[in-house]
Ligand binder design. Structure first.
Ligand SMILES: Cc1cc2nc3c(=O)[nH]c(=O)nc-3n(C[C@H](O)[C@H](O)[C@H](O)COP(=O)(O)OP(=O)(O)OC[C@H]3O[C@@H](n4cnc5c(N)ncnc54)[C@H](O)[C@@H]3O)c2cc1C
Length: 572
């Protein structure tokens, strides 16, 4: 099969906020850019974000306080230089996107309205009702389109071309007809989003299968801090579909089956507005100790009825619709049932503050960049605060785009020619999935992965559950070699895509579990019942893990960039 080779200055994988913000900057600077995305850009998960995007905008807030809240929220694992850069540029980022057309909700005096979010000292989340992500995504897509960015919608990127420490491009196929192609470029940027789909109860879109991370890891490059997966406190009971933190921000109260407002026990000062890790553990504990509500007693109740119909319809209309559609519960009339749901991934592809992908804690890969949720820069450390992620994707997407322009103009990057055989790995992967005549079904293996990850590597972890999960992953890996897909056609073959995606899920889930086994402490979202304390002496450091051919993992550690905020005990 002949493989077409396209040539660009820059190829960006992913058309969420991070990818689009970078693409627009590059195209405006006259660079030849292609954006590849497996979904239509407006279906990227950024569009599902409801609650808000942070910036210290108001007079009684300040940037240093935003920095402090972020570092404390991160359980001191965030790199403070990156936090300082992001928080100090947040007001400018909001003004930029508002001027570009994002219709934020406003106060009566015309200023941008801001709502309180967990772990923040001030109301800091700018919002557009409860459709903030969609508003931002539509705005930035329109802007990128207006600059004539070239989009390859519904193209699946399956590999990078990485040789001699340089990334030369990506290998992809058209989902429509399986046509393969190489996109040869001076610079490649990954903006492939999050990966909480490895868990059964998850707020993430079906597409969030962490492809970008595994593609990178399969070349022996490291992933950073993968053990830190955020569980959001309020997913709808049973499905995990998100009820945004805006519900707690606007005044939602949590109750157990005894009618107790149980956050009094866990975070007496901040109550429901303690950070996500704290509230998720509280909810899960109430359920595990038998004080859950609902037919399966696997949820707790969030009560918003005291807000009244007017406020709910004005500020939380989408959340109300979701709860009616999926649970038949109307938050205007009654409390709705929620439980913790896998939501966000703090770890990812390690990058420096300008988005260069790291080969190890001290060296970078030439021609390779990443931003947004797939990257670990690390502004969130061990736990992200709500509304800091849209900010990260928007700010770092744009910032990294500008840096690629600088690197191109100072001639640090050149086009290293790709050859047809660079597509072989992808073609072999496709051939395996299409022709393998085994007995295992991918959806079944995927359910087993998701169920076991939620049970053994979820909100609470112990050596015992994690070792059990290590064994399950090893078995699933073996069984994956024995899959069979039914659809053998070339047209929109979703069986094939799901089989490839499941391979990625297996790889990055292994990083999550191995990182969690090695980190014998509790920090932020990583909670070990057998090591309940944070251990700064041994673990105030970033995990850098690499994968061997046989799927085993090596772990080394890198320094955390500390700064003006000294690690303290984290209480709320
Ligand atoms: C339900 C929900 C609500 C949220 N609410 C908030 C909030 O209120 N505030 C906040 O700050 N954060 C929120 N978050 C988090 C935030 O939305 C995300 O972290 C952020 O939008 C990620 O943006 P991104 O550009 O990195 O990736 P995404 O928007 O996820 O985009 C990823 C892109 O990568 C592409 N892609 C992936 N793999 C491939 C491949 N193999 N080939 C080709 N293309 C590929 C996809 O097509 C997509 O275009 C929420 C998340 C969820 C799930």
């Amino acid at each position: 099969m002949s493989v077409q080779i396209h040539k660009y200055d820059v190829v960006i994988v992913g058309a969420g906020l991070a990818g689009l913000a970078a693409a627009r900057e590059l195209q405006r600077a006259g660079k030849k850019v292609a954006v590849l995305t497996k979904l239509h850009p407006l279906r990227s998960h950024s569009g599902a974000a409801q609650g808000g995007v942070n910036a210290a905008l108001s007079e009684d807030d300040d940037i240093e306080l935003h920095m402090f809240d972020t570092v404390k929220g991160s359980d001191y694992l965030a790199d403070q230089d990156a936090v300082e850069l992001m928080c100090s540029k947040a007001p400018e980022t909001i003004r930029w996107i508002a001027n570009a057309g994002a219709a934020f909700s406003r106060n009566e005096d015309g200023t941008i309205a801001q709502r309180p979010f967990g772990g923040q000292s001030k109301p800091r989340a700018c919002y557009a009702k409860d459709r903030t992500g969609l508003t931002l995504l539509q705005t930035i897509y329109e802007q990128a389109d207006r600059e004539n960015v070239t989009f390859f919608d519904e193209w699946y990127v399956a590999d990078i071309i990485y040789e001699d420490g340089v990334v030369k491009g990506v290998v992809a196929y058209n989902i429509r007809d399986l046509e393969p192609a190489i996109f040869n470029a001076k610079a490649v940027m990954f903006a492939t989003g999050g990966y909480a789909r490895a868990f059964k109860i998850s707020s993430n879109a079906h597409a969030n299968t962490g492809d970008g991370l595994s593609i990178v890891a399969r070349h022996g490059l490291p992933l950073e801090d993968m053990e830190f997966v955020q569980f959001h406190p309020t997913g709808l009971a049973g499905s995990g579909i998100l009820i945004s933190e805006a519900a707690r921000g606007e005044g939602g109260r949590l109750y157990n089956s005894l009618g107790e407002r149980f956050m009094e026990k866990y975070a007496p000062e901040k109550m429901e507005l303690a950070p996500r890790d704290v509230v998720s553990r509280a909810i899960t504990k109430e359920i595990l100790e038998g004080r859950g509500v609902g037919p399966n007693k696997d949820a707790v109740a969030i009560d918003l009825t005291h807000l009244g119909e007017k406020i709910i319809m004005e500020r939380l209309p989408e959340l109300r619709d979701l709860a009616i559609t999926f649970l038949g519960q109307d938050m205007i009339k009654e409390p709705i049932h929620i439980a913790a749901t896998a939501h966000y991934s703090m770890g990812g592809i390690p990058v420096d503050i300008d988005g260069h992908v790291k080969k190890n804690p001290n060296e970078i890969v030439r021609g390779f960049y990443a931003a947004g949720e797939c990257a670990c820069v690390s502004v969130h450390g061990a736990n992200r605060l709500g509304a800091n992620s849209l900010l990260e994707a928007l700010f770092f997407g744009r910032h990294v785009g500008k840096h690629i322009i600088e690197d191109l103009e100072s001639n640090k990057l050149e086009l290293c020619d790709a050859k047809e055989s660079d597509a072989d790995r992808m073609l072999n992967e496709i051939k395996f999935c299409m022709n393998n005549n085994g007995t295992e079904s991918v959806p079944k293996l995927r359910s087993e992965l998701q169920e076991s990850m939620t049970a053994n590597a979820g909100v609470f972890r112990t050596e015992e559950t994690l070792l059990k999960q290590r064994k399950i992953l090893k078995e699933l890996r073996e069984r994956y070699k024995n899959i069979r897909i039914d659809d053998k056609s070339k047209i929109f073959n979703t069986d094939l895509q799901e089989a490839i995606e499941f391979g990625h899920m297996l790889d990055y889930a292994t990083f999550i579990v191995e990182g969690a086994i090695a980190r014998k402490e509790s920090r932020g979202a990583h909670y070990r019942e057998d090591y309940t304390k944070r251990d700064d002496e041994n673990f105030l450091k970033h995990t850098f893990a690499t994968m061997n051919e046989d799927g085993s993992i090596n772990i080394e550690y890198g320094d955390v960039k500390l700064g003006k905020f000294e690690p303290q005990e984290r209480t709320y």
